[in-house]
Design a protein around this ligand. Structure first.
Ligand code: AMP
Ligand code: ZN
Length: 500
């Protein structure tokens, strides 16, 4: 029997098994960072949750089409509103001390997105299937805003284009901030645009020919609102109806609420069926802030001491992030970190002795093998039960003890079991062995190819198995992505035919 993967769905407010639209294929979008600075360990707590969703699904044998974006457009420091007195994060960063090294805002964004990817690999996060950038999808964002105007969901003023919240009656379904209930006008009121029809309407486009990053649109020079990029990139790469969408808890409102309103107004279909949100990380019991001196980027912790870091093993940092459940407030402490450095050392001693191989055969034999296999099953049980990382780590530490106590008299069969266990536990949790950094996908067509190829392979497999229903479902998903498949004597070929 297939094992369920249960997760707390913010939308249904309950823990439920994930039922993917196409059996065995999970389409998944997770909101990435705004690259105006180094990402901090709080950001990475949210990215690690997404990584664990991906790893757990993959461990179940699912294929995961995983898109996570880079927001390389400024937006405002406080929120998404077109508040002329608000400050753009990217512009502010350029004027800061660190910003002095960059000749312009584009270089700043490129520098920090490269650093993000470096830190991503340091913490052993799996490279997504696609990593789209907002600036590389401007045409699609403009087209989406145009379509929203045509469909009567948006309107133009002399300052910008706004989504009309009352045109989408189910607005508020995710956050509970419904139109007739707690959607606070005070929050929306910061928008200084008297032509707005309703103070709660949110910005899709801001007219601004003085902005550091601007594009030409049917409404003149300007830049997009924050939410539209994620709607557009998610649908462009994963189709109109995606399975799973994730981010930090602060994104529930307004970002994800607005994504739902935009996407569903564009397509008339349900945008995402499962929504997963990570509670915020605090450090030593307090909100992270530079002025309190408790603000950590990944490199603050892992860079060598002579380069200003603390020289900590990145996998110990990752282990620490896993030590709290993603739905509980998490207190990152240097004490926990030190404890995990010790756990990592023990694991490393085992690896130094028996070796680690990504191609280790998954074979468990004998008494030790039986014990380790049962421990892996416990860890997988924990992860498929709403990502219970504390339990999964407890299983990991239990396994370490089993190995340490049996290693001196280990047989060849025992060693095979240990290698199988290390590989399976690492595939699931990523704290044992860091993968070689892979080149990140940047070219857009390649990105689409990265998504299409695995789907084509899954369809070929379904056809070879005589599973025509599944093959048709996958074809339908490809059609939704705007991809046409041609079955040729040399195998299937594909081309991009449509899409916003
Ligand atoms: P941002 O760059 O602010 O858009 O944030 C990128 C991601 O990190 C979003 O999913 C945020 O919700 C998440 N995030 C920001 N701060 C924290 C924190 N302290 N703890 C957990 N997640 C966070
Ligand atoms: Zn987003």
């Amino acid at each position: 029997m297939d094992r369920d993967f249960k997760i707390y769905n913010t939308l249904s407010r309950s823990v439920e098994p994930i039922k993917t639209k196409v059996k065995g294929v999970l389409s998944f979008y997770s909101c990435g960072p705004t690259v105006y600075s180094y990402a901090h360990i709080g950001n990475f707590r949210s990215f690690v949750t997404a990584d664990l969703l991906l790893r757990t699904a993959t461990s179940l044998g699912w294929q995961v089409n995983y898109a996570t974006n880079i927001t390389d457009v400024g937006h405002l420091t406080e929120d998404d509103f077109t508040d002329p007195s608000g400050e753009d994060r990217m512009a502010k960063a350029l004027r800061s001390k660190e910003g002095e090294q960059f000749p312009n805002v584009w270089d700043l964004a490129r520098f920090y997105s490269n650093k993000l990817i470096e830190d991503w690999h340091l913490l052993n996060l799996v490279e997504p299937t696609v990593r789209p950038r907002a600036t590389e999808h401007m045409r699609e964002q403009i087209a989406a805003v145009q379509l929203l105007i045509e469909k009567g969901h948006a309107y133009e003023t002399s300052q910008g284009v706004y989504f009309s919240v009352t045109s989408f009656p189910t607005y508020g379904q995710l956050s509970g901030n419904t139109l007739d209930n707690v959607l606070e006008e005070s929050v929306r009121d910061v928008v200084v645009d008297k032509e707005k029809r309703d103070p709660r309407d949110f910005a899709l486009w801001k007219k601004d020919d003085k902005h550091l990053m601007q594009w030409y649109s049917p409404w003149g020079w300007g830049f997009p609102g924050w939410h539209i990029e994620c709607s557009v990139m998610a649908m462009n790469y994963l189709g109109d109806e995606i399975d799973l969408h994730a981010g930090g808890e602060d994104l529930i409102f307004p970002h994800h609420e607005c994504e739902i309103a935009q996407s569903e107004s564009l397509t008339g279909k349900q945008f995402a069926r499962y929504w997963v949100h990570t509670r915020f990380l605090q450090v030593e019991g307090e909100k992270m802030s530079k002025s309190l001196g408790n603000f950590f980027t990944v490199r603050d912790l892992v860079a060598p001491k002579d380069e200003g870091g603390k020289g900590i093993d990145p996998l110990a940092v990752r282990m620490t992030l896993l030590s709290g459940h993603y739905r509980k407030p998490f207190n990152f402490t240097l004490k926990t970190l030190k404890g995990n450095v010790k756990h990592r050392e023990r694991l490393q001693e085992i690896i130094d002795e028996v070796g680690y191989s990504d191609s280790a055969p998954i074979e468990y034999e004998g008494e030790m093998g039986g014990a380790l296999q049962a421990i892996y099953t416990r860890a997988l049980d924990a992860m498929t039960d709403d990502l219970n990382t504390p339990l999964a780590l407890a299983a990991l530490f239990g396994g370490t003890k089993v190995i340490q106590s049996g290693l001196s008299g280990a047989t060849e069969a025992d060693l095979t079991s240990v290698r199988a266990w290390l590989k399976q536990m690492n595939d699931l949790l990523g704290v044992i062995h860091a993968a070689e950094a892979k080149e990140s996908q940047t070219e857009k067509v390649d990105e689409l190819g990265a998504l299409v190829e695995p789907l084509l392979q899954a369809r070929q497999q379904a056809r070879a198995d005589g599973n025509w229903g599944r093959a048709d479902e996958i074809r339908a998903q490809l059609t939704e992505l705007g991809v046409e498949i041609m079955d040729t004597p040399e195998g299937p070929k594909w081309k991009k035919v449509a899409g916003i």
